[in-house]
Design a protein around this ligand. Structure first.
Ligand code: ADP
Length: 373
């Protein structure tokens, strides 16, 4: 018996051998009494019942592991007797009615694939009230009672607004390589991107050492430095320039000087793409002007960070989160993002998750400084 059956089943309630207790009047009295005493239980089951069909979409920037999440949501829903509809191209698909019923076979053989089989898009119409109204009407016409949205902070911001406007149950899954959503230790795709960065920096190190060069390597992360900082530690880089620490630029000059004066053959600095850091190009220009003796090179890793087969960590994370999204809906949770904190599933209200104040671990920064002498 699956979880849904357990919740709604009333097996044996009216089964009784005594003739007196078999009468309709008697049964009705028992029912009413039971209802009076256990009203909260009945109320909860009533609330959870209307979710017969969910829609699932991926939105915003793609991230490795999104497919594993789609698979987990689809299979967990079907396991619990809930119908699934795949919505193509994020919120745009709701507006253009790109909605297809998903069976278990639709998500076969995708756990190892990067990208998203549902495609993703950015949709400006969804930012308007009229756009969202149309999306709601299409969603209801397709028989969808609740949504699972996989995406970054923009997508979850849209989900929060949509849910509040139309009182729709929406569960979010953090799908972004940036790791910038609060309340979860990591987001789906972050670990894969981090490993990609590490492998790329290892390769650049070979050529940097051979030519005794100073490399600035720009990595993604939008306004967050998780990829740059952790990538720097994993690849043994000399420094990370991250938006959370704006004074780092000046410390960098000192560090490069020391590094080159000592026995270092090469120096590698990871720079988070952000208006705060100025990006790798601008930093390299500045260092070239101030230290003409150094051979400076720039490498911008770009979109290759988004691709590739997800790591075991991301596949497991996405699978756990996808299954938890269905649990959350069955538990009558609404408007929360699924997180994993200290290895436990947590429900994070959208408002908290998207606040953009996920702190960087300062201990890692200190470790990087000490290990790069
Ligand atoms: P990500 O989810 O990766 O952060 P975006 O910030 O581009 O990506 O957001 C993805 C989509 O989410 C947008 O194209 C838009 O459709 C929707 N969205 C983002 N912010 C809002 C908002 N404030 N109101 C409504 N929809 C939004």
């Amino acid at each position: 018996m699956n979880r849904r059956d357990c919740r709604t089943g009333s097996g044996g309630l009216f089964f009784c051998r005594n003739r007196k207790f078999k009468s309709k009047k008697w049964q009705l009295s028992v029912f009413l009494l039971t209802f009076a005493y256990y009203k909260p239980i009945f109320t909860k089951v009533e609330k959870a019942m209307p979710i017969n069909c969910i829609g699932i979409l991926t939105s915003g920037g793609d991230a490795p592991g999104m497919n594993a999440a789609i698979r987990a949501v689809t299979r967990s829903a079907i396991f619990s007797g809930i119908q699934v509809k795949g919505i193509y191209r994020g919120y745009r698909g709701l507006l253009t009615n790109e909605i297809v019923e998903f069976k278990t076979q639709n998500v076969s053989n995708i756990i190892q694939m990067g990208g998203t089989i549902l495609k993703t898009a950015r949709c400006t119409e969804f930012r308007t009230e009229e756009g969202r109204k149309q999306a709601y009407e299409n969603m209801r016409a397709a028989g969808i009672d609740a949504l699972v949205v996989i995406g970054g902070d923009g997508s979850l911001t849209g989900a929060r607004i949509f849910a509040n406007e139309f009182n729709i149950p929406i569960i979010g899954l953090p799908g972004t390589i940036d790791n910038d959503l609060y309340g979860t230790d990591t987001t789906i795709g972050y670990d894969t991107a981090l490993n990609t960065i590490m492998e790329c920096v290892d390769k650049i190190r070979d050529t940097a050492t051979s030519h005794e060069r100073l490399f600035f390597i720009e990595v993604m992360g939008r306004d967050a430095g998780f990829l740059a900082l952790n990538g720097a530690i994993a690849a043994g880089a000399e420094a990370a320039i991250i938006p959370e620490i704006s004074t780092e630029v000046d410390q960098l000059e000192q560090l490069i000087n020391n590094g080159f004066r000592k026995s270092k053959n090469s120096s590698i600095v990871l720079v988070a793409e952000s208006p705060v850091t100025g990006g790798a190009m601008a930093l390299a220009e500045r260092v070239k002007n101030e230290y003409p003796q150094y051979e400076v090179r720039v490498s911008i890793l770009g979109h290759l960070q988004r691709g590739g087969s997800p790591t075991a960590h991301d596949r497991i994370l996405a699978s756990r989160m996808g299954a938890a999204a269905i649990d959350a809906l069955l538990e009558d949770q609404r408007n929360v993002m699924i997180g994993v904190a200290n290895d436990e599933i947590v429900y994070v209200p959208f408002t908290k998750a998207i606040k953009k104040d996920k702190p960087i671990n300062r201990e890692l920064l200190d470790t990087l400084r000490r290990l790069s002498i």
